[in-house]
Ligand binder design. Structure first.
Ligand SMILES: Nc1ncnc2c1ncn2[C@@H]1O[C@H](COP(=O)(O)OP(=O)(O)OP(=O)(O)O)[C@@H](O)[C@H]1O
Length: 583
């Protein structure tokens, strides 16, 4: 704990009464001494300031410090002072005296405090004292020789000692008595630098200690301050942290498990509808599906024929809360125009000639609480478009020949391979219906624009048809390459058919390139489009060049390319050479 001696800031000398003034001057000359405490036997007679002293010598021609100076001429020379024991608390200092003299048990002056700065010092020191006393860390202070000056209540507690029993004692003695296993202060005094170490205490505790030397302006050690922390407490905190870490890890594992479950669930949903994909384009579509599936929003799927519009619409249905409700598909292009209304809305008994007795429930009503998939929506006649729009707005239908309105709650997914926006511009599709349908647009890119999906789809279909036909066929890597390079105008549907045919017609377990020859549009029985007119000679040579280049790129062999093009291998070599220099 701090004591009064720590605040004694002024330098002073003690001189007995009747001291020789000249000797006194010699004693203090060159030193920054402001006060002289005049002492007799075991009492302080008074305090002289050095300037008083000089006055005595020069003006009053005095040669000795006499009693008179503190009796008759008191007010002139003497400083008012108060005496206080070093063991008293700081709060006991009285502020109204010039000087506070701190004395030991024999009343001998140990230090003085200039009264002028007392209130400030007191305030600051009281603050330090509070901090010192309340710190949870143990603090142990020694002087430059290793004598204990003070320790805070935390140190008393952890070391199992009282400050009064150790203050003033040397750390080496305390070490010898087993208060701590090894004195960290001695290490600092020897090494003259900061030291960290574990210490075993008499109390049985193990503490982690750090001690630092405090240096004066000359770089000499004046104090050693040791702080320590109960290692068990550190361990406790560490254990708590570990516990929290384990909890966090468990939570993460749980989260990972849930994420995995969710992804399995998603896969299951998709495996229900067999949606195969690898490309980023399709991953984006998958994400859209999961976002919109829980909301009964109307979806418009656009894409070339065979890209998988129906597959996507089924995926939306299966990922939605209506998955156990009906998924009703109607292909608007396959129904004769005059029947489309009754197919969609149903009819009442006797609604028209030839109508079934008892009437018919329409596809919209069948899809109640589920999903209605309007395939080839672009083919719906304008007249029916109006009725569809009405239904979308009111969510009610009225059967052909009927008057009763039936409330319908269904999600609409429309699909088309036509460009509906163009149709709107050409007046072939109602603008208002287009906007009603186009709430969530999904555009599926053609297979040639997402080639990463091809190998996955090939493997998938191979598996499907091997199972279907009880076979175990595999494909030549060359075939995979050819399928990858092909432009797939018929998209996934074409790929599906090509593979089914290849599995069936291939005579060997290994499906070779020849098995595809009649399937892919590389074969010459397809018509070649020629949009522009040009000199025939030039057109012929351009076609020749393209054919030979494509065939060679696909087969990576002049023999195989020759087979595909049904020419000699030497012709392929000759043509490749001929066109090599063309860009
Ligand atoms: N991503 C896919 N994963 C698995 N099979 C697919 C995928 N995309 C399409 N298919 C398959 O390709 C065939 C055509 O798909 P789908 O009928 O969904 O295409 P579409 O775009 O609706 O065609 P259309 O425009 O002719 O109606 C189907 O047999 C379907 O199972």
């Amino acid at each position: 704990m701090l004591n009064l001696l720590d605040v004694s800031s002024q330098d002073f000398v003690v001189c007995p009464i009747n001291s020789d003034l000249e000797q006194l001057i010699n004693k203090i000359s060159g030193k920054d001494i402001k006060y002289i405490i005049v002492y007799q036997e075991d009492s302080i007679l008074g305090i002289l300031s050095v300037s008083n002293l000089l006055h005595e010598i020069i003006i009053n021609k005095k040669t000795k410090v006499t009693h008179k100076q503190f009796t008759n001429d008191k007010l002139r020379y003497e400083k008012s002072f108060t005496i206080i024991s070093k063991d008293l608390p700081l709060s006991k200092i009285k502020d109204n005296k010039d000087i506070v003299v701190i004395v030991n048990n024999e009343n001998y002056p140990l230090g003085i405090i200039d009264g002028e700065c007392t209130p400030d010092i007191k305030q600051t020191l009281l603050e330090y004292q509070k901090i010192f006393e309340n710190l949870e860390e143990e603090i142990f202070v020694t002087d430059q020789h290793g004598y204990v000056l003070r320790l805070n209540p935390a140190a008393e507690r952890v070391c199992g000692v009282l400050a009064r029993d150790v203050v003033g004692r040397h750390v080496r003695d305390l070490e010898r008595e087993g208060l701590f296993s090894s004195s960290i202060t001695m290490h600092v005094l020897r090494q003259k630098k900061k030291v960290n170490m574990m210490q075993q205490l008499k109390s049985g505790k193990t503490v982690l200690s750090t001690a630092i030397p405090i240096l004066n302006d000359e770089g000499e050690i004046v104090r050693v301050i040791s702080t320590s922390k109960d290692y068990q407490e550190i361990n406790k905190i560490k254990a708590e942290l570990e516990e929290k870490k384990t909890e966090l890890e468990e939570k993460n594992t749980e989260l990972a498990r849930k994420t995995q479950e969710l992804s399995i669930l998603r896969q299951e949903i998709f495996s229900n509808v067999n949606l195969i994909y690898k490309s980023n384009e399709m991953k984006t579509i998958r994400n859209t599906i999961f976002k919109i599936a829980p909301l009964a929003l109307t979806v418009l799927i656009q894409g070339e024929s065979g890209v998988g519009k129906e597959v996507i619409s089924k995926a939306i249905h299966h990922a939605s809360p209506m998955r156990d409700q009906p998924f009703i598909k109607i292909n608007c292009s396959l129904i004769p125009e005059h029947l489309i209304e009754s197919e969609l809305f149903g009819y009442e008994s006797g609604a028209f000639t030839g109508a079934t007795k008892g009437g018919k429930i329409g596809k919209i009503e069948l899809a109640n609480n589920g999903t209605l998939f309007l395939d080839e929506i672009g083919e719906v006649p304008l007249m029916i478009q109006v009725k569809l729009l009405e239904f979308l707005q009111d969510q009610e239908i009225c059967k052909v020949g009927g008057t009763k309105r039936i409330k319908i709650d269904t999600r609409i997914i429309a699909a088309t391979n036509r460009n509906l926006q163009d149709m709107v511009n050409d007046g072939l599709f109602r603008k208002d219906l287009y906007y009603r349908l186009n709430v969530v647009p999904i555009n599926i890119p053609p297979l040639r624009e997402r080639k990463e999906d091809i190998p996955a789809l090939v493997r998938y279909f191979l598996n499907v048809f091997n199972n279907k036909y009880g076979m175990n066929k595999i494909i030549d890597p060359e075939v995979m390459q050819a399928l990858y390079n092909y432009s797939w105008p018929g998209n996934v549907r074409e790929l599906e058919h090509v593979l089914e045919r290849a599995i069936v017609i291939s005579e060997t377990e290994l499906i070779r390139l020849e098995a595809l020859q009649n399937s892919l549009e590389l074969k010459g029985n397809k018509r070649i489009a020629c949009p522009d007119l040009m000199p025939l000679k030039l057109a012929k040579s351009q076609l020749e060049e393209q054919m030979v280049r494509n065939a060679y790129e696909l087969c990576k062999s002049t023999y195989k390319a020759a087979k595909l093009l049904e020419v000699d291998q030497s012709t392929v070599v000759k043509l490749l050479k001929k066109y090599r220099n063309n860009p």
